[in-house]
Design a protein around this ligand. Structure first.
Ligand code: 4GS
Length: 225
């Protein structure tokens, strides 16, 4: 999977290039990441990428010129959808993450300041995705979140065969509780069924636990649809 990112802060992506499952996916060649900076597409000596909003008001808006030149450069080598991370987007979910994980190409557009000129959205953006109903300072963390979630689903990434499939949400409900050594911690024992070696019983117990934790903490997941 080829992911290209349009961002004024390419260094932020070092966090996911150097760590975690995204790093594993890159090392295995299951995914590539490349950042493109709209600042490199400016034509003035100040390298300006933002300007004051028409109609007034606080903050700055990303100018359409550098941004569209940057996007069009990326499009020369990436045929994927242009996804703009913004609070106006479709809410990111497991089903959206797995849909993206099935694509060969993807272009992620990260906004800063108050946002980007509407004409860029009209002419270049295929899709808007939101990580939730709150505002962050830039689209970079939302983009990294999406990449992190996608990279751990890529089939080439080790441990995937089972671990991603058995995940929370791949079956539409929350995860069951996990335990590791020691058998007794601060007086609390590991549920005996997990020590029984009876895999059928263990699966049953885990499913019951997953259902009851979902009923208690996220009943909406069971009632919807
Ligand atoms: C989100 C969000 C976001 C919007 C970026 C204002 C800076 C900011 N992006 N999901 N400009 N929520 N973006 O808050 O994706």
């Amino acid at each position: 999977m080829r992911i290209d990112i349009v961002t004024l802060f390419p260094e932020m992506f070092d966090a996911i290039i150097e760590n975690g499952m995204s790093r594993v996916a890159l090392e295995k060649g299951a995914m590539t990441l490349q950042c493109y900076n709209p600042r490199d597409e400016t034509d003035d000596s100040y390298r300006r990428v933002d300007d004051r909003p028409y109609g007034g008001g606080p903050g700055m808006v990303m100018m359409p010129g550098p941004l569209t030149r940057c996007i069009d450069r990326v499009k020369q080598s990436n045929a994927g959808e242009v996804v703009y991370l913004s609070p106006q987007g479709e809410k990111l979910s497991h089903s959206l993450v797995s849909e993206f994980a099935g694509k060969a190409d993807l272009i992620l557009l990260c906004g800063r300041y108050e946002g980007i000129d509407q004409r860029v959205i009209e002419t270049r953006v295929d899709r808007e995705v939101s990580i939730g109903d709150f505002v962050v300072a830039g689209g970079e963390l939302p983009a990294m979140l999406l990449i992190d979630a996608v990279s751990r689903l890529l089939p080439e990434v080790l441990g995937n065969a089972s671990s991603a499939i058995e995940d929370s949400f791949s079956n539409g409900i929350l995860d069951f509780p996990h335990y590791t050594r020691p058998e007794v911690f601060e007086g609390l024992e590991v549920p005996t069924v997990l020590l029984s070696g009876n895999h059928r019983k263990i699966e049953e117990w885990r499913h019951e636990q997953a259902l009851s934790v979902t009923k208690r903490k996220r009943p909406d997941l069971l009632s919807d649809e």
